[in-house]
Design a protein around this ligand. Structure first.
Ligand SMILES: Nc1ncnc2c1ncn2[C@@H]1O[C@H](COP(=O)(O)OP(=O)(O)OP(=O)(O)O)[C@@H](O)[C@H]1O
Length: 661
């Protein structure tokens, strides 16, 4: 038989039985609940009911066992055709009453009891079968519980391990986050450093551009100066050629002079002029040489500046390269860090999904780092471009410096050549000067150490009307006495005189000075010269010697000689000569010497102030006048002033005059 209540346990008869149920171990119950293993509580209750039935009040344990054995011997649950399928069957059995009203019918009662006991045994057997099923089910459930407990403990240990691993990973993530934050801070610091280096690079670029502009300006100046120096060198070369030609012509001229000493007087004057011109050209050459030296110094300084700038640029390029290398290394380190971070992030992603936010943050930081790296790559590229530009500038500066150096060396060689040429020319000039002095002295000696010139004064306007000078004075025209002779008529007789030179009344002051200038040149060459003017009063001594200094045409010998002396001394100072000039002026009258430059003003008491001057000669042949006022003179104006002073002193006693310079 089967019913809907099959395998369902009977209801618990009392609360006491439920309390017995509660005696099951709490751990098991709790664990079962935790493990979500759904075990019907009715099974336990049925086990308790079974125990209750087994411990029934009317049956002892031994009797129960006996009954069970009897029932077992019956071999089935169908005791007397009764089957127990539910609690109602059992309650019905328990509520059965004894049949038969006869109390003494013990046999019936015993049969009923036997029948009842059989039913009870059947019931007990049903209970026992039910209990066995429940026990087997309980065993299964226990095995399941133990399996589930084992799984639970394993799962718990796995979860603990995973929790520990997660804690570890969280700690590692926190440490890595801290390290990434530190690296980010370092990256920020590096970025700031890179920005600073970029600013420095920009400043260096500005300074390099400024230095390049200055270098280009210096180069332009150097080129301009080189052009100027080339032009000057060309001019100097031309001048040198002219000087060489002039030297050759001078040598030829000197040879001609040696062959024809008489004609060389006029030629020497021309030579003197040409020499002055040559001296001027030499001074100009020296000026050019000095200017070239200055240019050379300036080019040296510019070259040194260019070399310094080149060194500075080299240092800057070295620093830039080192900074670039550092930035490259940092970039590579950061890339490695980013790669490790990305790999770690991938691992973290695989390990857990909990740290997605952190991963997002880290990814954002990684993206920021990558952006920083990309910006640094751009900076590195710009730095590389700047470095390449700086290298090109450095190469250009090297080329410019080398060109400037080559130009400088070329100019130095040219300057050395010019200096050598100038030295050679100076030597040649000195030699020519010595030769000229010798020739000049020879000519003068040939002309005569003592020469007498005669100058005829023209008739004065007031005397011109009643004079017969035109008939008195005549000049011979014969070749022998041309320019040297003079004929005087007196009482119908002709008196002929011959001089070294005769200047007629038409001779100008310049004509006279042409002859005298040779003597002045001799004085400048170191020879002693004396010019002595002699003549009667009014014959023109003062006019010849002094003339009228205010008028160029009528300047006398003294102003013209002084001009020649000062001009020649200034020209010879360039050759290294040093001149010290002193002036003294005296008047000799009746064997008495009078100092014309004496500070004692004439006219106060002339005789009282007259000193006893004495003429003395030293061992060198020099002539001195004792106590004569000697004044150092440096310019022609000073001498002109002294001449005026002397003229004023001399004016009081204008008789015989002599000059000493
Ligand atoms: N060559 C000349 N041409 C024009 N005028 C002249 C010439 N020589 C002299 N005289 C004039 O003759 C005058 C007298 O000349 P100067 O005073 O020079 O004579 P002096 O010889 O010096 O006389 P003293 O011995 O009295 O001093 C002056 O007026 C001067 O200008």
């Amino acid at each position: 038989m089967s019913s809907r209540n099959q395998n369902k346990p009977p209801r618990s008869p009392s609360n006491k039985k439920e309390n017995v149920l509660d005696e099951a171990p709490l751990d098991k119950r709790r664990k079962i609940v935790i493990g979500k293993m759904v075990a019907p509580s009715t099974n336990l209750r049925s086990r308790s009911v079974l125990s209750t039935v087994n411990a029934g009040p009317n049956l002892g344990h031994g009797a129960d066992q006996k009954a069970a054995a009897v029932a077992g011997s019956d071999g089935g649950s169908s005791g007397g055709g009764i089957e127990f399928n539910s609690r109602e069957d059992v309650e019905r059995l328990l509520s059965e009453k004894m049949k038969g009203k006869n109390k003494n019918d013990y046999k019936g009662k015993s049969e009923q009891m036997i029948e009842y006991i059989r039913k009870l045994r059947t019931c007990i057997k049903w209970f026992m079968d039910l209990e066995d099923g429940h026990l087997s089910e309980l065993e299964k459930l226990r095995g399941t519980v133990e399996f589930q407990e084992k799984r639970h403990t394993e799962f718990e240990t796995q979860m603990r391990k995973r929790e520990e691993e997660l804690n570890m990973t969280v700690e590692q993530l926190e440490t890595k986050l801290a390290s990434s934050l530190e690296s980010f801070q370092k990256e920020e610091a590096l970025k700031l450093a890179a920005l600073k280096s970029y600013e420095k690079e920009a400043e260096a670029r500005v300074t390099s551009e400024a230095s390049r502009a200055a270098l280009s300006e210096d180069l332009e100046r150097a080129n301009h100066e080189a052009k100027r120096s080339n032009d000057q060198i060309k001019m100097l070369q031309e001048t040198n050629k002219r000087l060489q030609e002039y030297n050759t012509s001078l040598q030829q001229y000197n040879s001609n002079l040696q062959s024809d000493a008489v004609k060389n007087g006029e030629t020497i004057s021309k030579l003197q002029k040409e020499k002055n011109a040559m001296m001027d050209s030499l001074t100009s050459l020296r000026d050019h040489s000095n200017s070239l030296k200055n240019q050379l110094d300036s080019s040296r300084t510019t070259l040194q500046d260019a070399l310094k700038q080149k060194e500075d640029l080299k240092k800057e390029v070295y620093f830039l390269r080192s900074e670039l290398q550092q930035v490259r290394d940092d970039r590579e380190n950061q890339l490695a860090q980013v790669q490790t971070l990305t790999s770690e992030i991938a691992n973290y992603k695989e390990l857990t999904g909990k740290s997605s936010k952190e991963l997002d943050n880290i990814m954002a930081k990684t993206n920021a780092l990558e952006e920083t790296c990309s910006s640094q790559r751009v900076q590195i590229q710009s730095l590389q471009h700047q470095l390449a530009a700086a290298n090109e500038k450095l190469k250009m500066a090297d080329l410019t410096a080398s060109e400037t150096m080559s130009e400088y060396l070329q100019q130095k060689r040219t300057l050395n050549d010019l200096q050598n040429r100038v030295a050679e020319q100076e030597l040649q000039i000195l030699e020519a000067e010595k030769l000229r002095k010798k020739l000049h002295n020879t000519i003068l000696e040939l002309k005569g150490n003592i020469r007498v010139f005669c100058r005829v004064r023209p008739l004065l306007p007031e005397k011109e009307s009643n004079t017969t000078e035109g008939a008195i004075v005549s000049y011979p025209t014969s070749t022998e006495f041309l320019g040297r002779g003079i004929d005087l008529m007196h009482h119908a007789q002709t008196y002929s005189f011959t001089f070294d030179k005769v200047f007629n009344h038409e001779a100008s002051q310049d004509d006279v000075f042409v002859e005298i200038s040779q003597l002045v040149q001799s004085a400048l060459d170191g020879y002693k010269v004396c010019i002595f003017a002699y003549g009667q009063t009014g014959s023109g001594k003062t006019y010849t010697m002094m003339g009228r200094p205010e008028a160029d045409e009528e300047k006398g010998l003294i102003p013209r000689s002084l001009e020649q002396i000062f001009q020649t001394s200034q020209a010879l100072q360039c050759q290294g000569w040093k001149y010290k000039m002193q002036a003294s002026m005296l008047e000799i009258y009746n064997e008495t010497i009078r100092d014309l430059l004496s500070p004692v003003r004439p006219g106060s008491n002339f005789d009282a102030n007259v000193k006893q001057y004495a003429i003395k000669h030293d061992l060198n042949g020099n002539t001195h006048v004792s106590d004569l006022t000697i004044i150092d003179v440096c310019s022609i104006n000073e001498v002109s002033f002294l001449l005026q002073q002397a003229a004023q002193s001399r004016a009081q006693n204008s008789r015989f005059k002599g000059y000493s310079i």
